[in-house]
Design a protein around this ligand. Structure first.
Ligand SMILES: [Zn+2]
Length: 361
């Protein structure tokens, strides 16, 4: 971590501790315009089903429950769709916090839903169509499985041997993070996905079994969507970096993911295939979600596919004037500090942003 980043993070923590610790956040909250803070994570820590995932994708149930319980004292806990509707109605009431979880992991039904019921919170879960509805193993998990089995250096060598001497081949890469970045941004996605799948099979892996271990089954996803505590949304078909695809491939990923979601939820599709998504399923999350992961075409395509909004992974709060296809979200995992989330939810960091100081991004 660079010095500038460390100073910023220290100041952020200090400011948040003062605001949250003294109760001043309540004053700031009342004086600030209506807002919706969207939290995002992937799963509640559950060693049996998501033990193989990166630590920053998980939050312990106890920690999540403590954060939601604390936030509930001064904020309404809503789904993303409900929060946006209330912001638009000009009758927002208390400031709002919406919890979202990406991809569709199994704990979301078995661990998250009971936790939501205990805390009176609600959540939005974005489902990867290819994995959940079509049972296809996403490339990131093929890669994760290979690195777990062979180590990063050997996995990179095997991928390079199969990809050949093309741009994106991870020649000489020795650490898992660099291997993931290289394959994420530089490799041709169709070729990469095929090569990784071939390698998993060649090493004796069972792609369908890996999907079943990690992701909600179709029936579990339907049960999740039927829960009063949950709204589900779209997350493309194969979780690509949308901005790296051509316009046609990007369109196929977004509308193809919507079609898989509609089919999963048993919704009617009109002849033109453009029936609006129903009460559940009308919200969307960009895979990876940074501004360099999408391009200028992405928001319009998401809207054309029937979604009413889309979330990024840039931190901040959302107001009535925020572009509904570029909504901000705050990451939540075991390293998340309650006083910092609470300060953002209360409008504390927004107050500084209006003064030209951004301690968050
Ligand atoms: Zn995702």
């Amino acid at each position: 971590m660079g010095l500038k980043h460390r100073i910023k993070s220290g100041l952020r923590g200090l400011y948040a501790r003062v605001l949250w610790g003294t109760g001043l956040h309540r004053v700031v909250d009342r004086c600030s315009r209506p807002r919706l803070l969207v939290l995002y994570g992937h799963c509640v820590d559950q060693p049996e089903t998501n033990g193989s995932l990166d630590a920053d994708m998980k939050i312990s149930g106890a920690r999540l429950e403590a954060i939601l319980t604390a936030l509930r004292r001064s904020h309404d806990l809503v789904t993303l769709g409900e929060g946006l509707e209330r912001l638009r109605s000009r009758n927002a009431g208390r400031s709002m916090v919406a919890l979202t979880m990406d991809d569709g992991y199994r704990d979301n039904l078995h661990d998250l839903v009971p936790l939501l019921e205990r805390t009176g919170a609600r959540a939005t879960v974005f489902l990867e169509g290819g994995a959940v509805a079509a049972r296809e193993l996403p490339w990131l998990h093929s890669l994760g499985w290979l690195v777990g089995r062979l180590g990063a250096t050997e996995a990179a060598a095997r991928v390079t041997a199969r990809l050949g001497d093309v741009p994106g081949a991870p020649v000489g890469v020795t650490d898992a993070g660099a291997l993931k970045r290289k394959l994420k941004y530089d490799a041709d996605p169709i070729r990469r996905d095929a090569v990784l799948l071939e390698l998993v099979k060649a090493e004796g892996g069972d792609p369908a079994g890996i999907v079943d271990d990690l992701y909600l089954s179709r029936e579990e996803a339907q049960a999740l969507a039927a829960s009063a505590s949950v709204e589900v949304g779209g997350h493309t078909a194969h979780h690509p970096v949308l901005g790296r695809l051509g316009v046609d491939a990007q369109e196929r990923e977004i509308s193809g993911g919507a079609a898989l979601l509609r089919e999963l939820l048993g919704e009617e599709v009109s002849d033109d295939g453009q029936a609006p998504l129903g009460a559940s399923g009308h919200v969307f999350a960009y895979p990876y979600g940074r501004r360099w992961d999408i391009d200028e075409h992405s928001p319009g395509m998401v809207r054309a596919a029937g979604y009413t909004c889309a979330v990024t992974t840039h931190a901040g709060v959302n107001h009535r004037s925020t572009d509904p296809y570029l909504l901000k979200r705050w990451p939540i995992h075991d390293g998340t500090a309650l006083h910092e989330v609470g300060t953002e939810a209360s409008g504390g960091f927004e107050l500084l942003r209006r003064l030209g100081i951004d301690l968050v991004e």
